[in-house]
Design a protein around this ligand. Structure first.
Ligand SMILES: Cc1cc2nc3c(=O)[nH]c(=O)nc-3n(C[C@H](O)[C@H](O)[C@H](O)COP(=O)(O)O)c2cc1C
Length: 364
């Protein structure tokens, strides 16, 4: 029995975790065009239930929030039903799982929207990069600026999605305010040029993520709500940084801290880049928040062991390593070699190949 802090039990708000290794959210796009999760996800997530906490792939809170074909949703009864066996499978193996709630904002394509409508965003600024539609990769469509009067409806969509996630059996939700999707488009002054109460000052730009967390916490309990931030990633669409990230995200973290959320989860750097850049002080952000902290991005066994031991993070989230190592926790515990990183062709779309067929090391 190891005494390493990384493998010791802990607690995030109301959620008790068996160890400090989280599975980071990973979009795998194996659902259908109605946003129904594939039945294969039951096996996929079930096999990874030894993680202290599984954070699901990003899940659309509404049809408007969808930006990628074959990604799951949580806004219709059929979608909720399809998620139930996933939560059951993870719980049956002693795991915990939260659903990551997603609205892509400007990263969408008219073909994915109701009646071919343009995607919505804080401001009508076109995104770069590509989105995945039924026909393959296409550039995102030019977005339309949200009217102030529409914002309450979006908050209500988050609340409905969170309630649905609890109905589906999940332990809580993670508000996806990272990787330059809708909530982060509001936060950054590079993508938010609004002049109403949701634009301009830092307080105004961070208002929507705060109000979403406040409303969702009011609906399902703050101790079952986490939030993910990524202050210094360009992520999708080569989105420019905020002009004062430390100040902007610090303000948001401090305000979120007043809600008593289950955790703050940060991508520490450029998503999928090097671990911990020097350009941003994540520990300062963590102190401003004051609650449990999950760190992610480019962690190795060594860095994770040290991070848990030193208290740099309450949990460490691994993304890509969980794709090809369903039993990652056991491999880390026993210092077994990890399977090579999955080829990118298996990341998004397709069936069981590269999804549910990675062996446990004990059954190799
Ligand atoms: C295939 C793939 C899908 C991803 N999907 C999501 C997602 O749905 N939501 C999210 O917040 N991050 C997503 N990410 C980012 C990961 O959660 C994570 O931040 C990133 O891979 C860095 O962690 P790692 O170095 O341990 O892989 C994705 C990354 C990959 C490789």
């Amino acid at each position: 029995m190891t005494t390493e802090a990384l493998f010791s039990p802990g607690r995030l708000g109301a959620i008790e975790v068996a160890n400090r290794v989280a599975m980071a959210p990973l979009t795998r796009a194996r659902g259908d065009m109605e946003g129904i999760q594939t039945p294969l996800a039951v096996e996929y997530y079930g096999k990874r239930a030894s993680a202290g906490l599984i954070i699901s792939e990003a899940t659309n809170i509404s049809r408007q929030g969808r930006g990628y074909a074959f990604t799951p949703g949580i806004y219709t009864d059929t979608q909720v039903e399809a998620w139930k066996p996933v939560a059951r499978a993870v719980h049956a193996r002693g795991g915990k799982m939260v659903l990551q709630l997603w609205h892509v904002g400007r990263f969408s394509h008219a073909s994915l929207q109701e009646n071919g409508a343009p995607p919505v965003a804080p401001s009508a600024i076109e995104a770069g990069d590509m989105v995945f539609t039924e026909h393959g990769f296409e550039p995102p469509s030019k977005p339309r600026e949200l009217e102030t009067g529409e914002i309450d409806g979006i908050i209500a969509d988050y609340v409905r999605a969170a309630r649905n996630a609890r109905t589906a059996g999940f332990d809580g939700v993670e508000i996806h305010a990272a990787n330059c999707y809708l909530l982060e488009q509001f936060i950054r002054d590079s993508t938010n040029h609004r002049t109403d109460r949701y634009g301009g000052s830092i307080e105004n730009r961070t208002r929507l993520p705060f109000e979403v967390c406040e409303a969702v916490a009011g609906a399902i309990g703050a101790d079952r709500v986490g939030i993910r931030l990524s202050p210094v990633t360009h992520s999708v669409g080569a989105t420019p940084f905020d002009s004062e990230p430390q100040k902007t995200y610090g303000f948001l973290a401090e305000r979120l801290g007043t809600l008593g959320l289950a955790y703050l989860h940060c991508i520490e750097g450029q998503t999928r880049g090097a671990n911990l850049p020097e350009s941003f002080d994540f520990q300062a952000l963590r102190r401003s928040f004051g609650g449990s902290y999950i760190a992610n991005n480019g962690f190795t066994r060594e860095i994770a062991l040290t991070a848990a031991r030193s208290g740099r993070a309450d949990m460490v989230a691994f993304g890509r390593p969980f794709i090809s190592n369903p039993d990652l926790v056991e491999r880390l515990r026993q210092d077994e070699p990890l399977a090579p990183e999955a080829h990118k062709e298996f990341f998004y779309g397709g069936g069981s190949r590269g999804y549910t067929d990675w062996p446990d090391f004990v059954s190799r």
